[in-house]
Design a protein around this ligand. Structure first.
Ligand code: THG
Length: 268
């Protein structure tokens, strides 16, 4: 399982303020803790103001790279910000993201191909996010045709079937899982990721929903997620689900985490 640490995101109030204030310590603390928790990538998102985004994103990258060698996930829809960011990174970054939107295919996909980056592909296009699984699958077919045509191997693509909140569509998690099952059957080499906490937006006691959804999505083929790596209960749920799904040889990861004191004592 690959984990993308979500916490350095300028749409979060406290992080947005830290970016404005150039608060190095606040950002570096988030970077260090998420890296130590075992993140494969640290997501960096500078927020949504197009005029500030390139400068803010490069500042975030410089700030994070001063304290960790964990590669970055560049979370932006803005081709100018991504182009500036790719020049600033020390290690090949994950590009978050492309989609079937024509602007992202013409302006972001060439950057991905040129720099040999892994990339997240969203199941949406110029019409928006499809309600149903069949249309999301169709959009992903189109995006994968484009990545293949650009010479990007399927193994470098992380399909994000887009988890939408259950509070506005109770079928949302099922649509997500159906989509990745269908894509997985047609493209056995692609990876699958998700912005996990989207699923529970607007509902109370979100962590229960996030954990249930993570378990079902893992069973459907998920092998990567954007989540809070500092959430111990979520990490325990993830380790248990992978164990039960036969993805933890000799139960090694689960037992190691237990011995390292990662689990709640009350769970014995
Ligand atoms: N897919 C892809 N990228 C994504 C998303 C996705 N990037 C952004 C987002 N969705 C995933 N990242 C986050 C980062 C932080 C939080 C949620 C998702 C978060 N939210 C707080 C909460 O949920 O309680 C509220 C905000 C705050 O703390 O101020 O922390 O789907 N490819």
């Amino acid at each position: 399982m690959q984990i993308i640490g979500e916490k350095i995101n300028g749409t979060r109030k406290r992080v947005g303020q830290a970016i404005l204030d150039r608060d190095v310590n606040y950002i570096q603390n988030l970077a260090r803790r998420q890296a130590e928790a075992g993140s494969t990538w640290l997501d960096v998102n500078a927020g949504t103001q197009p005029s500030r985004e390139p400068d803010d994103l490069v500042w975030l990258i410089d700030t994070v790279q001063a304290v960790t060698e964990t590669p970055l996930s560049l979370d932006s829809a803005n081709p100018a910000a991504l182009a500036a960011a790719i020049k600033a990174v020390n290690k090949t970054p994950l590009i978050n993201s492309i989609s079937g939107e024509s602007k992202r295919l013409t302006e972001v996909l060439p950057l991905v191909a040129e720099h040999g980056c892994p990339v997240i592909a969203l199941a949406m296009d110029d019409r928006g996010i499809p309600e149903d699984s069949a249309t999301r699958v169709e959009v992903i077919h189109k995006v994968l045709a484009a990545t293949r045509a650009a010479g990007i191997p399927d193994t470098r693509v992380y399909v994000d079937a887009l988890a939408m909140t259950i509070s506005t569509n109770t079928q949302s998690a099922l649509i997500f899982c159906d989509t990745i099952r269908t894509i997985h059957a047609a493209y056995p080499e692609v990876h699958f990721t998700v912005g996990l906490s989207n699923i529970s937006f607007g509902l109370p006691a979100r962590s229960y929903i996030n954990r249930a959804f993570l378990t079902l999505a893992l069973a459907a083929g998920l092998d990567c997620a954007i989540l809070d790596p500092l959430d111990q209960e979520l990490r325990a749920a993830l380790l248990a689900a992978e164990l039960v799904l036969g993805r933890d040889n000799y139960c090694l990861k689960y037992v190691r985490a237990y011995r390292a004191g990662m689990f709640d004592k009350a769970a014995n």
